[in-house]
Design a protein around this ligand. Structure first.
Ligand SMILES: *Cc1c(COP(=O)(O)O)cnc(C)c1O
Length: 394
């Protein structure tokens, strides 16, 4: 990989984004945006078709049973389009929540007026197949299950295969928010039974933000006419229009699509999903080992640690101050991310984006310097945090 590993800065002197997206992208990806495209023109229509073809290939759709429907906006727009279009108005959804994105799915369903129930595991416990089975057996009205693949708020990697098998065995339909996993963690239609998945341009494919995409069974899309509450977020209408004209229904994010195609080229050249996932795991392993050596502790046990983003407890040492830590890290070229737990204070460091283990070693060095500058003797978390973690392991 072409990184200036001795100088831990990306091109243009900008800081590294150790965040769950938008993230640090390749220079070529940014450069791909340096021209204008007409949305109606054949060149751009070919770009859209190529993008969808390649995304379906990443999802392992060899039989043409699925379609890829891009949707303008951030990832949440695509999630809302998926839920509002694929869940019939008389459907009922079981949401498996263990963090902010599961909660957002619940809130979306509330806005949409779709009946729903929730298995809420709190901040970071994984929903397991047995409890999903019990919920489905207890309520025959449930038609769909929504699962979050990697819950980016804690960084937990949910057991999606186990969940998918359970949902399929009970004859229900699975909708997967694979926003922060697709492209780095395998999710193939032949291996994991699902109805639709949703992801976006600015996560593991390493594009820039501007659209999301839903990969759904064609039969499901066909049956979804008239479900949507929204004109602009009607996935069925977007799909039909694209099938007929090759165009997006409303102004597409042309430059973002161009950048995304370059990002897909880079993804393929790197070795596809397996290689992307391996680099992120290496990033995580180097970073977590280094941070642990400084005394930091992860929220999650190794088994649940995703290669996407990792939550660390704030040190108990009173000299530690997150805002100061953030500024000291930024001054060294690294943008980290605040935590999102309710019980204990935490922060997050992302492993995704155009960076490698050398950058992650730079992160650890910067954290060591920041602790020294703040006068933090010991990065160990408070006892309460460790008690929380023990509860998780139990
Ligand atoms: C990023 C993300 C989303 C979408 O968030 P946006 O800010 O709307 O792009 C949804 N779900 C998960 C799990 C995510 O990581």
């Amino acid at each position: 990989m072409d990184l200036q590993s001795d100088v831990p800065r990306p091109h243009c002197g900008e800081p590294w984004l150790l965040t769950p997206g938008p993230l640090s992208t390749a220079l070529e990806t940014k450069q791909a945006m340096l021209r204008d495209w007409g949305s109606w023109d054949g060149d751009f229509r070919a770009m859209t078709a190529e993008m969808c073809r390649r995304l379906l290939a990443l999802a392992g759709d060899t039989e043409g049973a699925f379609a890829c429907v891009p949707m303008q906006g951030s990832g949440s727009f695509a999630v809302e389009a998926m839920l509002g279009t694929l869940v019939p108005r008389d459907g009922k959804v079981l949401v498996l929540a263990n963090g902010a994105y599961g909660q957002r799915a619940v809130e979306t369903l509330r806005y949409l007026g779709r009946a729903h129930v929730v298995i809420d595991k709190g901040d970071y416990l994984p929903p397991r197949g047995t409890e999903v089975a019990a919920a489905l057996e207890a309520d025959a009205a449930i038609t769909h299950v929504v699962a979050i693949h990697c819950e980016t708020s804690s960084g937990i990697l949910n057991p999606i295969e186990e969940i998918a098998e359970t949902v399929a065995a009970h004859g229900r339909k699975l909708l997967i928010d694979s926003m922060s996993a697709f492209g780095a963690l395998p999710l193939e239609v032949g291996a994991v039974p699902f109805e639709a998945l949703v992801s976006s341009a600015n996560k593991c494919i390493e594009g820039v933000p501007g659209f999301g995409f839903v990969i759904a069974r064609k039969a499901t899309l066909e049956a979804a006419a008239g479900n949507s509450h929204s004109l602009a977020l009607d996935l069925h209408a977007q799909w039909r229009h694209m099938e007929k004209t090759g165009q997006w229904r409303y102004t597409p994010p042309t430059h973002v699509v161009a950048a995304f195609l370059m990002a897909l080229d880079i993804h393929a050249a790197e070795g596809g999903v397996a290689a992307r996932g391996a680099r992120y795991r290496d990033n995580r392993d180097v970073m977590v080992a280094g941070m642990r050596a400084l005394g930091f502790e992860t929220l999650l046990a190794d088994r649940w640690l995703s290669p996407i983003i990792v939550t660390f407890f704030n040190p108990a040492d009173p000299a530690f101050d997150f805002d100061r830590f953030y500024d000291l890290m930024k001054a060294r070229g690294f943008i980290i991310y605040p935590g999102k737990l309710t019980v204990v204070d935490s922060f997050r460091i992302g492993c995704i984006g155009r960076m490698d283990a050398a950058v992650m070693r730079g992160v650890v060095d910067a954290a060591a310097q920041a602790l020294r500058e703040m006068g933090v003797q010991d990065a160990a978390p408070p006892a309460l945090a460790l008690a929380e973690r023990a509860r998780l392991a139990a």
